[in-house]
Write a protein that binds this ligand. Structure first.
Ligand code: C2E
Ligand code: MG
Ligand code: MG
Length: 277
């Protein structure tokens, strides 16, 4: 059941589809059609070094463009796909698409692409091997992938995530703790796991520059991160005032509409080329 060929080639056999609980809803039916009709797109949102203005990475975000339903954002379908396990099917497509793009972008050697993986993925014992196989098949010279793990996923999946970190040494993938400071934050998560990046939740970022308590919180997050050699990205920067405030706090990287919306692969490369010239 794999699709024609080329960049969107998709392999269903990787997962036991019998374990996927397929009901009757239209969203589910639409979803399986959408995969074979190429309705999913990946957009890339640049992450900027706040001090040099250079692009350091981009976050890959998924979009669903359906001709009847219109443009659908991940928050509308990811929770549903997480419930029935279909998320693994989508994430397989996402990984293949991103690794394809990375192959095209090999000349931008330092460009790191980060991806959001669902909680489901961390329980998938074959996750690391799967990524290894995909990058091997594409003959990527180096694997410039960073996996974002939402902080709320960490607590319940420590055992699994531990084993992923053990596995990953052979493949050079980086990890980012996402949504840091959104919920129950524990500094110990930062020292227990080898995260290279953390992303400060946009609720904290968007309360700047006025909220001085949140300013102190961000400042102490950055202080801890610096001790542990972790790079801090502030998410959801929308204004110059927020950026100035983050710069004063010593935040390393930033992401948000102030710099750029998420862009198609083509527009992203245009943006990247302009930014490096
Ligand atoms: P996230 O990882 O927190 O991603 C950042 C979200 O903030 C994105 O929403 C992005 O478009 C949005 N954003 C970026 N800059 C700004 C800004 O300046 N202001 C505001 N208000 N928002 C901004 P998006 O693309 O709708 O994604 C929502 C969430 O869906 C993501 O949150 C992520 O958790 C999940 N998601 C997206 N793509 C994937 C995927 O491929 N796999 C999985 N498992 N989850 C995904
Ligand atoms: Mg959104
Ligand atoms: Mg993210």
């Amino acid at each position: 059941q794999s699709k024609k060929n080329g960049r969107d080639q998709f392999q269903f056999y990787q997962y036991d589809m019998n374990k996927v609980d397929i009901g009757k809803s239209t969203l589910e039916k639409n979803f399986l059609n959408a995969i074979s009709n190429d309705e999913f797109k990946i957009v890339y949102q640049p992450v900027i070094d706040i001090f040099t203005g250079k692009i350091v990475s981009a976050e890959a975000l998924v979009r669903w463009e359906n001709k009847d339903l219109g443009l659908i954002y991940p928050e509308k379908f990811i929770p549903f796909l997480e419930k029935n396990g279909l998320i693994l099917v989508l994430e397989q497509w996402i990984l293949e698409t991103i690794i394809n793009d990375l192959k095209f972008w090999e000349r931008y050697e330092d460009l790191l692409i980060s991806i959001n993986l669902s909680e489901y993925q961390f329980k998938n014992a074959k996750m690391v091997k799967n990524i290894k196989d995909l990058t091997g098949k594409k003959q990527l010279r180096q694997c410039n992938l960073c996996i974002e793990i939402k902080e709320e996923y960490l607590e319940e999946n420590k055992k699994f995530i531990d084993s992923i970190f053990n596995d990953i040494n052979s493949i050079n993938i980086e990890f980012c703790l996402d949504n840091f400071g959104a919920g129950l934050t524990s500094i110990s998560n930062l020292s227990k796991f080898p995260f290279k990046h953390l992303k400060i939740d946009q609720s904290l970022v968007q309360s700047l520059p006025r909220n001085s308590q949140n300013k102190n919180i961000i400042e102490s997050i950055i202080a801890v991160a610096n001790i542990l050699n972790i790079k801090v990205t502030a998410k959801g920067i929308e204004s110059k005032a927020q950026l100035d405030s983050l710069r004063a706090l010593g935040c390393h990287y930033g992401q948000g509409y102030f710099f750029s919306q998420p862009l198609s692969a083509l527009n992203f490369i245009t943006y990247l080329t302009k930014n490096t010239n």
